[in-house]
Design a protein around this ligand. Structure first.
Ligand code: NAD
Length: 496
């Protein structure tokens, strides 16, 4: 049995647990590894290692912490293909997608290498006579990260590099569905020179997360995953008086104005909707056609229908299988409900299977039109290769539709009109807006700013907000009197 190790106090150790979770290849559901459910004693060891490492790590100079990130960035780039291969094998993502997953994480590490400028406080001289006030940014202590299956490289890298560069120590609990990728990230982090205990990785599911959430030593919790789990984690963490940032589910709309460039729109919507089998929190799952642009729906459906799912190393594959049989069953049942509730299924991927891999979690590209807001396919996050098309008459109607949706992760508008784009960016109640950009994920010098049910918390991931999340501000007011300056040629202060 290929058992996945945990990282505790600088050592990769095998768990003594008797409880293991199978990690499978989503293309055929064959078991490729077993992830342990960490025992309470192992979690305690990880917490104790992180607590003790914090005492020395917080004193390491900021430029030295930045240098660790520079070495790490270099190693991640050197091992980019290797990490992407591991990632593809356990998620089924195409190799190109897997490389993108790793790359978006590398970009956050680059931002973490810039930590010195983000740790600057503020100063006002002479707030009163001889008194200056200045602030400094200090780390919190042991931080916890809980990550989802769909970006096993990028999302752990949203968290621990910035937390650690800010002077914290970290415990990562990656998704039990694809834990091999985060273990490779951890291995390279040690190789880059991370001192023992600064990063610890333990495995498991609900029980392990709940144990950590109820532990006094954990000061801050970063979570990315589904809505019900995000709500549970936010409530439990804050109930235990911890800082929390929880990124949750989504339903992202793209609004297509009739003046948009048709070819550009159709090309972009194909990848944005069914790319990565729709298992992206920023995937476009609803296309809202305004007025005459509705005439493009059949052409869009045709092009989406031509996308071929396939194995990760098949260069012609548009996307891979879903992560698990449960994920497939959920997507198929929503497709079925969509049909029953009266939506028109222009392309139906329910019966798709890949020859020779019939036991895998395959769903083909699927397109619905005549979708209404009452239907389950509109109300629920499908997280599969399914696009819902809707038609409205005006931009105002489109804005009202999007704003009535409880999610607020991402949205985009395609238009040739600056005025329409400006109205959209201003009036839309969604945290990340693309203008002629289908999936507007901000680069890490900004922050990942989902709204509404897509995010519970105050400070978002990465960028300046990420550093604020992982730090505390200390404000110092100091008085020094001119009369106290030692006089005479000898400036040495005698110690008594
Ligand atoms: P998930 O919520 O099932 O799992 C996420 C993490 O929570 C995993 O580590 C899992 O072990 C843990 N977990 C699961 N159930 C738990 C419980 N009851 N108590 C405590 N911990 C528990 O999510 P997933 O299926 O891995 O990921 C897909 C979801 O993540 C989608 O909803 C997607 O939209 C969302 N997501 C959101 C963003 C974002 O930035 N908003 C980014 C990526 C993914």
């Amino acid at each position: 049995m290929n058992k996945i190790a945990q990282l505790i106090d600088g050592q990769f150790v095998q768990s003594t647990s008797t409880d293991f979770i199978e990690v499978t290849n989503p293309a055929n559901n064959q078991v490729i590894a077993h992830a342990p459910c960490a025992t309470d004693a192992e979690i305690e060891q990880a917490i104790s290692a992180a607590t003790s490492a914090f005492k020395t790590w917080k004193k390491v100079s900021v430029p030295e912490r930045a240098r660790l990130m520079m070495r790490y960035q270099h190693l991640l780039k050197e091992h980019h293909d290797e990490i992407a291969t591991i990632l593809s094998e356990e998620t089924g993502k195409t190799f190109a997608d897997a490389k993108g997953d790793v790359w978006r994480g590398i970009e956050v590490v680059e931002q973490a290498a810039n930590i010195s400028s983000m740790m600057m406080g503020e100063t006002v001289e002479n707030v009163a006579t001889n008194i200056d006030t200045y602030s400094m940014i200090q780390p919190l202590g042991v931080c916890l990260g809980i990550t989802p299956f769909n970006f096993p490289a990028m999302i752990p890298l949203w968290m621990f590099p910035l937390a650690i560069a800010s002077g914290n120590t970290f415990i990562l609990k990656p998704s039990e569905q694809d834990p091999k990728t985060p273990m490779k990230l951890a291995e390279l982090f040690l190789e880059a020179g991370a001192p023992k205990g600064v990063l610890n990785v333990i495995h498991g599911g609900k029980d392990q997360v709940n144990y950590l959430l109820n532990h006094d030593a954990i000061k801050a919790v970063s979570f990315v995953g589904s809505v019900p789990v995000g709500q549970h984690i936010y409530k439990t963490a804050t109930d235990n008086l911890k800082r929390a940032q929880c990124f949750a589910g989504a339903k992202n709309h793209s609004v297509i104005m009739p003046d948009a460039n048709k070819e550009f729109v159709l090309n972009n919507l194909v990848g944005a909707s069914v790319g990565a089998a729709g298992q992206r929190c920023m995937a476009i799952s609803v296309a809202v056609f305004v007025g005459e642009s509705a005439e493009w729906i059949p052409e869009l459906a045709k092009r989406i229908g031509e996308v071929k799912p396939g194995l990760w190393d098949d260069k012609d594959a548009g996307f891979g299988p879903l992560i698990s049989p449960q994920a497939k069953a959920k997507v198929l049942s929503l497709i079925e409900e969509g049909k029953k509730q009266g939506a028109t299924c222009l392309v139906d991927g329910s019966d798709f299977t890949l020859e020779g891999y019939e036991s895998g979690n395959w769903v083909g590209p699927t397109v619905f039109t005549d979708v209404t807001t009452e239907m389950s396919i509109y109300q629920q996050e499908i997280f599969g290769p399914v696009l819902c098309c809707m038609v409205v008459n005006t931009l105002e109607e489109a804005i009202e539709l999007v704003n009535s949706n409880p999610f607020g992760n991402g949205t985009s508008i395609f238009t040739a009109s600056g005025a329409a784009a400006r109205k959209y960016q201003s009036d839309i109640e969604v945290g990340q807006v693309g203008i002629n950009v289908p999936i507007p994920v901000p680069l890490p010098f900004f922050s990942f700013t989902g709204w509404k049910n897509s995010f519970y918390g105050d400070l978002h991931a990465y960028g300046k907000q990420g550093v604020r999340f992982y730090t505390e501000t200390k404000t110092i007011t100091s008085r020094w009197l001119d009369d106290d300056i030692p006089s005479g040629p000898n400036m040495t202060i005698e110690l008594k």
